[in-house]
Design a protein around this ligand. Structure first.
Ligand code: MN
Ligand code: MN
Length: 476
């Protein structure tokens, strides 16, 4: 797309005639330090937590340090929960909910922060390893919506687990340390690509072409597939993994390397998995910085959003509902009606990243209803596609409460839609929570290059998101 001609309307974006200031301009030196400090912590978290399992583990560690205890221990011992207690509840190590028990009965509802911790990636197939012309390869099946051509010729790391028949689980993390090897998917050299580059974008690289190069040295004294044999020997020697163990493994190929500052002014962060760990991390930190609440606070970090929130660890699972039932039971006399009321009377911020205005692809956005870097957390009244189909469409009254909470606490926020009408669309977990009859609205951080191996966010938006979550837990 050509450069936009004339002056952009973007800088003139006005809400009720008032230009929306860039949040950076509102920071004094102390606040700016706070913004940059949070970003350093976030970059660390993002760099070292690249799978849903790693995110759950990391979140539990941070929560424990803040006095959170395992809800399972309360459930097993029947120990009652009282106001001020802080607990976490893990769902199979791939999703997590944290609670601060409020002063008010659960039936009066909760304040819920929710985000997802799975990100687009390439999963190894159950039978992944093969050899072709003395190159050993791992066959993959991509997870979530990706432009497949973006995932070739970038260094990849392997993260995940291998579950053995004896019940033990081996953790894999190869490609992140400076002296680790990395992996790569090849692309055809330009010199021989005259046919390939005529293909449509979604056919340039096809799903079955996403095979990862993992070796080229043959094992001595082996007649056939000696390179493959050598890879198997290394896996056995180093990790105690046999060929068959891939049948019960979850290994994710993700972009290798740490999240980094982006731009000469270092105002942005390039990293893998901002979608949706930028919302998950800031929700988690806001929760951990909150000590007391009137109504019970919950922070939900869920898996499987990128493939439709399905499965036992996705938002469609009964895990959260069951977990709330346990809370009702441990805070007083249990009844199903109380569980239903606790859910129906709740308010939620369903947080997921928004599409940041892209100056290279300006035609995909509608100026007045686009999300911009530096303008704070984004509220999407609705998402969906083709006439809001599949969206939650929050109530005006609820949005009014949110506006008031943001303004009362000096939080920078903006509102947006996901691009121009009828050119695409997307969904979140909001509609799943709305079925409990609770108030839900989509919120999140604007991201450039969403679902690409390296996505981009603005440091000020990361900070404003955390401030928004703190304000929500305080005021709603
Ligand atoms: Mn996504
Ligand atoms: Mn997302």
């Amino acid at each position: 797309m050509a450069q936009r001609s004339g002056s952009s309307k973007v800088t003139a974006k006005k809400i009720n005639g008032v230009p929306k200031a860039n949040a950076w301009l509102t920071y004094d030196e102390n606040k700016r330090k706070e913004v940059l400090g949070l970003s350093e912590n976030y970059k660390d978290f993002l760099s070292t937590h690249k799978t849903e399992r790693e995110c759950v583990k990391g979140a539990i560690e941070l929560a424990k340090a803040k006095g959170y205890r395992d809800l399972e221990d309360y459930i097993k011992s029947g120990t009652p929960l009282k106001a001020g207690d802080k607990v976490y509840h893990s769902n199979m190590g791939k999703a997590l909910v944290l609670y601060i028990i409020g002063e008010r009965p659960l039936e009066e509802g909760m304040k819920i922060l929710g985000a997802h911790i799975d990100s687009p990636r390439l999963d190894l197939k159950q039978v992944p390893l093969y050899e072709d012309a003395e190159q050993a390869m791992f066959d993959t099946h991509y997870y979530g919506g990706i432009k497949k051509y973006q995932w070739v010729t970038v260094p990849l790391a392997l993260h995940g687990v291998v579950a053995k028949k004896d019940g033990s689980v081996i953790e894999i993390n190869i490609g992140e340390k400076d002296d680790d090897p990395v992996f790569e998917i090849s692309d055809l050299l330009i010199h021989l690509s005259s046919k390939q580059i005529e293909k449509k974008g979604d056919k340039v690289i096809e799903g079955e072409d996403l095979n990862i190069l993992v070796g080229s040295e043959p094992l001595k004294d082996v007649d056939a597939n000696a390179v493959r044999a050598n890879i198997l020997k290394i896996l056995k020697d180093k990790y105690d993994i046999e060929d068959d163990d891939f049948l019960s493994a979850e290994i994710e190929a993700v972009p290798a390397g740490r999240a980094r500052d982006l731009g000469l002014d270092r105002s942005m962060i390039a990293g893998y998995g901002h979608d949706d760990r930028v919302c998950a991390y800031t929700s988690l930190i806001a929760m951990l910085e909150t000590e007391k609440v009137d109504r019970t606070a919950a922070c939900l970090l869920v898996d499987k959003e990128e493939i439709g929130s399905v499965g036992a660890t996705g938002m469609h699972s009964f895990f959260f509902e069951n977990s709330v039932a346990e809370l009702v039971n441990l805070t007083g006399d249990y009844s199903e009606l109380k569980v239903r009321r606790a859910l129906a009377n709740s308010h939620m911020l369903s947080s997921d990243v928004s599409a940041a205005y892209d100056a290279n692809y300006w035609e995909a956005f509608e100026d007045m209803n686009a999300a911009y870097f530096g303008k704070g957390i984004v509220y999407n009244k609705y998402t969906g596609s083709k006439g809001k189909s599949g969206s939650n469409d929050a109530n005006a009254e609820y949005m009014a409460k949110i506006r008031a909470a943001m303004d009362n606490n000096g939080v920078a926020f903006q509102t947006a839609e996901l691009g121009r009408i009828d050119i695409g669309g997307g969904g979140t977990i909001a509609y799943i929570m709305a079925k409990y009859n609770m108030q839900v609205i989509d919120a999140g951080v604007p991201v450039l290059c969403m679902h690409a191996p390296w996505e981009i966010v603005s440091k000020s938006d990361v900070y404003e998101a955390k401030q928004a979550y703190i304000a929500f837990l305080k005021e709603i």
